[in-house]
Design a protein around this ligand. Sequence first.
Ligand code: FAD
Ligand code: NAD
Length: 471
Amino acid sequence: MNTTPASTIISTTLLVIGGGPGGYIAAIRAAQLGIATTLIEGEQLGGTCLNIGCIPSKALIHAAEEFEKTRHYASGSALGITVQAPSIDIAQTILWKDGIVSKLTGGVAALLKKNGVQVMQGRAIIVDGKTVEIQQQGVPDQRIVCQHLLLATGSLAVELPGMPFGGNVISSTEALSPATLPKSLVVVGGGYIGLELGIAYRKLGAEVSVVEALNQVLPAYDMELTKVVEVSLQKLGINLHLGCTVQGLNQAGDAVVIRNAQGEASELPADKVLVAVGRTPRTQGYGLETLMLDMNGRAVGIDDQCRTSMRDVWAIGDITGEPMLAHRAMAQGEMVAEIIAGKKRHFMPASIPAVCFTDPEIVVAGQTPAEAKAAGVDCLTAMFPFAANGRAMTLEATEGFVRVVARRDNHLIVGWQAVGKSVSELSAAFGQSLEMGATLEDIAGTIHAHPTLGEAVQEAAMRALGHALHI
Ligand code: FAD
Ligand code: NAD
């Protein structure tokens, strides 16, 4: 901890450390409510999400999809489209992606300014629960005293002990800004990042292998959903090594040595190795330990108002652990600002939808059949396949399904799951139905526009009631 006396002392009501989706939303909402708010950001406003996470990854995924489409047409298609010798200039792709990031991070800066948040650039070092120092190269340290301290410092990529980041071993950050495309990419970890980026790189033309320690990809999701993605990985030509452990790089440094469940070792050639084995809350290196907060594993422990164990010290987003999702961080940030402004709020969402932007996409909200059963709920469950949906046929996207889970006694819907093309957009309907306490009859009785993928949502509800019309 830095103990040199700071030259300036600034006083504020709410001090937010971290300008990611959790921190910047909290700051904007607090300022809207008339709370004097200061936000400290050590790198770029927008945090992981806007700079090196959600947005750049979705941009790269889109570019890869478009490129793959043209390559698909180049080899002939049923649609009658022909394309000759498509190619991609990855430097231009990255420039385009960076343009979107700049537009969004500039927008965050403008919103903070418009709402009167004082933004300070620099590294925050916690002195105590009411005092923080800011370090910035070439500028004398400044000290800020506050009534409320909000921790929104996010998370960091986990390193593999035998294969630290550096050289050809990269994290998602480097994978999102490649100077050139590798011929071969080995992805360690078949979770969110490994599959979203692994699929994108495959579509951009790389040979891709995914090594996953467990026996299924995306272990956070149930197997009925992930099986559909696994079939797609096979079709895309991604080599999947399930139940395998990574031993490290070979001596030449151009292959990853893996071992399967039977103990047999093999080598996977790799120009680059993307390690995506999870993220860990950022809790070290800025004096957090001086507060001696109660922890929840590696995460800062919080209650249902995002209060930590120290009075008027709050924590939101990835620093508080799973699920590490931007929309959770934002919802927590908005809530904390409102509580500080005197409103009565608790973080008790009916669901935090989760989307995996693989090909096909997965979306879940609320309970799966297994989770409902484990919670002792007697449930009805029904699935409607996109193979029976007209819109899906016109999009050449008939793989996948929508599934609904509802209580048997009163038909209250407790969960939705879907896998298929563009199903991420169904997350709004799923979230609203759960938050508003919809029953199967509500969804079955709602006119859904034709032809849309959303009709599969209505049909799943109808099927659960025993009268689906198109199957
Ligand atoms: P962050 O966004 O990590 O922001 C924390 C900020 O705090 C950073 O800007 C950091 O510089 C700053 N900071 C830390 N310490 C200090 C300090 N001492 N002083 C000053 N500043 C400090 N989530 C989704 O919901 N959907 C997605 O599609 C999605 N895709 C992702 C793709 C990738 C490749 C990655 C890596 C993540 C993705 N996520 C996604 C997760 C999402 O990015 C995070 O859940 C979200 O950014 C968490 O927000 P946060 O505000 O808690 O932290
Ligand atoms: P993850 O937890 O999704 O996946 C990590 C995977 O690595 C797991 O399948 C795990 O079994 C595997 N693994 C762990 N150690 C391993 C080892 N030694 N060898 C092989 N496999 C190993 O983590 P991630 O993909 O790094 O993503 C981090 C977090 O970022 C996610 O939990 C999520 O919260 C967030 N994220 C969200 C989105 C989204 O919402 N679409 C996208 C990207 C990232």
